[in-house]
Design a protein around this ligand. Structure first.
Ligand code: GLN
Length: 524
């Protein structure tokens, strides 16, 4: 009891309905409950959407989560949902629940900016597979969220479009690169969102914004229509405010896709049904990653992590320490592999095929000027690093070595999973930092990724679950990591933890300090 109290400093949390501006449907703590109300006819999907856009108009002027809205498409879908209900049809899972998506995921006819100047004017000629899946589930997509340019970063400050603020403390970053999606959910604008996770870009902002977020096994969710950053690492990944909603959203977007050659022929479990199947941690073996056990991390993070382990232990888990020695080389390996792949993937933005074109006296000058003016500093840094790592003479020393580290990591995780069911560590070594604090020091930003990048290098599924707060009331996250394809177990354990730790998944109180203005996007 005492521990639970320490995990929820009363002043930091307010329940949804206590927030003056919070509308009824958005104060719902559950997307599935909202879906049920729509199915039963208690609410119409159109009225839910009206409230969603009202909330976006009021709040996003302060938060800056959205870069564009998709009103027409969203209303068409909501009307179709209401018609289906009126006709007595039974709706697909999550039908009618508004969702936001990161602006590197394609919606046909909409701008896919990747928060970069180089894609100015580009509109997607096709839907991403996840967008088709959400359409089949009759989910209105309300708009596109901000990100670090081309998903490169950990704070969303690398966006060429706008700044996004952390709803818990408006002076802080929401994390990144899917910071717009995290901030949209944490500020009650949408209950669900999709991001992409190449090295932690969903788990880290989920941690910094007090949300649940899962990176699925590589190949579980189609990457078709996601603008590629590091193709061997990227996975579209969902955010929600609780594990049950997260399970439902993962179920909607998962599955084999012939349009993505790296998509796996794996059956999709009914995550939304099985997520509540496990009563407690008894009989489970939990491995604490020795290299990430809290040492050297922010004291509140280390303390909260220890509490989380105690909670699981007292609920029946057998806890042991597991060493994954190559984690010490994971950041170096990730920043070589991810940048190498990015340098190749971003070669297509040349002024001919997409978006921006800056004319020059010949074609080479046009290429150079387009790329010089179109890409921001972090993207340029990564293209140069990646091109260098791949260049002849250096390939073996850098890219080749990094691939060896990746193979070692994979082997070490496989061995670890012979001994334990899941691995645990803090998701981020520190809570949300101040805007501008790390923007001049890229390496200090890269170091924040220590606990998340090994997971992408290995390809296993992992998720963030809120586990406490620091002394300023900023959320702290716990990362759970499972073997390949074991998302079902991962979600069940996260759900058990959610019940155990009783961290209230409510909304931040920063709204009390916020003066709500009319959003510049009111007419978008
Ligand atoms: N922060 C990591 C990076 O900058 C992760 C990015 C991501 O997952 N998209 O590369």
């Amino acid at each position: 009891m005492e521990e639970t109290e320490r995990m929820q400093p009363e002043k930091s949390w307010k329940s949804g309905p206590e927030l003056g501006a919070m509308t009824e449907s958005l104060a719902e703590s559950s997307a599935l409950a909202l879906h049920q109300k729509i199915q039963s006819g208690e609410r119409t999907a159109v009225s839910v959407l009206d409230e969603t856009f009202e909330a976006i108009q009021k709040r996003d002027a302060v938060i800056g989560a959205f870069v564009s809205l998709n009103k027409e498409g969203a209303y068409q879908m909501a009307e179709a949902v209401d018609k289906a209900v009126a006709a007595g049809q039974s709706l697909p899972l999550l039908a009618g629940v508004p969702i936001s998506i990161k602006n590197n995921i394609s919606i046909q006819g909409n701008a896919v900016s990747c928060a970069s100047k180089i894609l100015a004017g580009y509109r997607a000629p096709f839907n991403a597979t996840v967008v088709d899946k959400m359409a089949a589930a009759m989910m209105p997509i309300v708009g596109n969220t901000n990100l670090d340019e081309f998903a490169m970063g950990g704070s969303t400050e690398n966006s060429a479009l706008q700044l996004t603020k952390n709803p818990w403390n408006l002076d802080c970053v929401p994390g990144g690169s899917s910071g717009g999606s995290a901030a949209a959910v944490a500020s009650g604008q949408t209950l669900l969102s999709l991001g992409s996770d190449t090295g932690g870009s969903v788990r880290q902002p989920a941690s910094l914004c007090g949300l649940t977020g899962i990176k699925p096994t590589y190949g579980r969710v189609s990457r078709y229509g996601l603008v590629a950053f590091g193709s061997s690492l990227d996975q579209i990944s969902p955010f929600a405010r609780n594990t049950i909603d997260l399970a439902a959203l993962l179920e909607v977007i998962s599955g084999f896709d012939p349009a993505d050659s790296t998509s796996a022929r794996q059956p999709v479990p009914a995550f939304s049904k099985t997520v509540q199947d496990r009563a407690n941690f008894s009989g489970l073996k939990i491995g604490v990653i020795q290299q990430l056990n809290g040492d050297g991390m922010q004291p509140a993070v280390a303390e909260s992590f220890q509490h989380a382990i105690q909670h699981m232990q007292s609920d029946g888990a057998a806890v042991q320490s597991i060493s994954i020695p190559s984690i010490d080389a994971a950041i170096a390996a990730y920043y070589l592999i991810a940048t190498a792949e990015a340098s190749s993937n971003l070669a297509r933005f040349d002024g001919v095929r997409y978006g921006l074109r800056v004319e020059g006296e010949d074609i080479n000058a046009m290429y150079c000027q387009t790329r010089a003016q179109g890409f921001g500093p972090e993207v340029k840094r990564r293209i140069m690093l990646g091109t260098f790592a791949l260049s002849s003479g250096y390939y073996d020393a850098y890219y080749g070595k990094a691939q060896k580290v990746r193979a070692l990591l994979r082997k070490q995780f496989e061995d670890a999973f012979q001994a334990v069911d899941v691995l645990v560590c803090p998701t981020s070594p520190a809570t949300a930092f101040k805007i501008g604090e790390k923007s001049t020091d890229p390496v200090s930003m890269y170091l924040m990724d220590i606990a998340t990048v090994p997971v992408n290098l290995v390809g296993v599924p992992a998720m963030n679950i809120p586990c406490g707060f620091d002394t300023s009331g900023l959320p702290i996250g716990l990362q759970l990591i499972a073997p390949h394809w074991q998302e079902e177990k991962l979600l069940q354990l996260a759900h058990c933890f959610e019940k155990l730790a009783a961290v209230p998944l409510n909304y931040p109180d920063s709204w009390e300090r916020v003066k709500v203005n009319d959003s510049p996007m009111a007419n978008a």
